[in-house]
Design a protein around this ligand. Structure first.
Ligand code: FPP
Length: 234
């Protein structure tokens, strides 16, 4: 299905990287970079709305991020609550459905309850699905899927790729058409390992807090130039 963008663009996934470097460049503590990330998230939701994109997945906190200093982790969790409380009315008004992927049970009670309330409130919305990847790891997701499958099969030869896709955290969500990573790093860092098999990858040197609507549109223009063959011929 073509979106308003003219090519298939149902699902955009973003690795929001470079908050710490953005702050360091300004002589600020790392957490100021995370605070500055909010405007970029806001812009990404806006652009997705304009283009009729159905799913936007943001890598907000990985399974590996728990090993960061306690104060930084606790700040990000507080920021998550602040983001939800500060944006839920606007998200709801824009018909956005808030969802998550990852091990939500790992998230501290306060932000988890804020998330759960926001998800419940927006569950009937039919616009953009905004999916926050929280305590998310692609390997953890695959491991959890294999456990689910192992409990439901008689013989290992019964396992199919469709069963694995169906056992993923959000099996109704189509694979990302494009995965964008900011800050110049060129790797997936355990993000959507199963779902990214045929995603186009767009890397930009821009740090996440500087990645606003114009920069996102430019990254999507790069995606538009790609020829997607999914392993077949044109
Ligand atoms: C990457 O930058 C960013 C993170 C690991 C955390 C992302 C968190 C947010 C954007 C804020 C919380 C989320 C929401 C939804 C409000 P980095 O710290 O790895 O930057 P660096 O590589 O320059 O050090």
């Amino acid at each position: 299905m073509k979106s308003d963008f003219g090519v298939n663009l149902r699902h955009i996934a973003i690795i929001m990287d470079g908050n710490g470097r953005w702050a360091r460049k300004r002589g600020l503590p790392r957490i100021k970079g995370h605070s500055a990330a909010e405007k970029s998230i806001h812009d990404a939701v806006e652009v997705c709305g304009e283009l009729g994109v159905e799913y936007l997945t943001l890598y907000a906190f990985s399974t590996e991020n728990w090993s960061r200093p306690k104060a930084e982790v606790s700040f990000i969790m507080k920021l998550l609550s602040r983001f939800i409380k500060g944006n839920i009315d606007e998200l709801d008004r824009k018909n956005v459905k808030l969802r998550t992927t990852g091990r939500l049970g790992d998230i501290p009670d306060g932000p988890r309850q804020d998330l759960e309330l926001a998800m419940e409130r927006t569950s009937g919305n039919t616009g953009l699905n905004l999916i926050l990847a929280l305590s998310y790891g692609g390997r953890a997701e695959l491991r959890d899927a294999f456990v689910k499958i192992a409990d439901n099969i008689a013989a290992s030869s019964d396992i199919t790729e469709e069963m694995i896709s169906a056992a993923m955290y959000n099996s109704d969500v189509p694979d990302p058409d494009v995965i964008i990573r900011t800050s110049g790093e060129q790797r997936l860092s355990n993000f959507l390992l199963w779902q990214s098999a045929y995603s186009e990858l767009v890397f930009t040197p821009i740090l996440w807090p500087d990645f606003h609507a114009e920069q996102l549109r430019n990254a999507l223009e790069e995606y538009r130039t790609r020829k997607r063959r999914f392993g077949g011929l044109e």
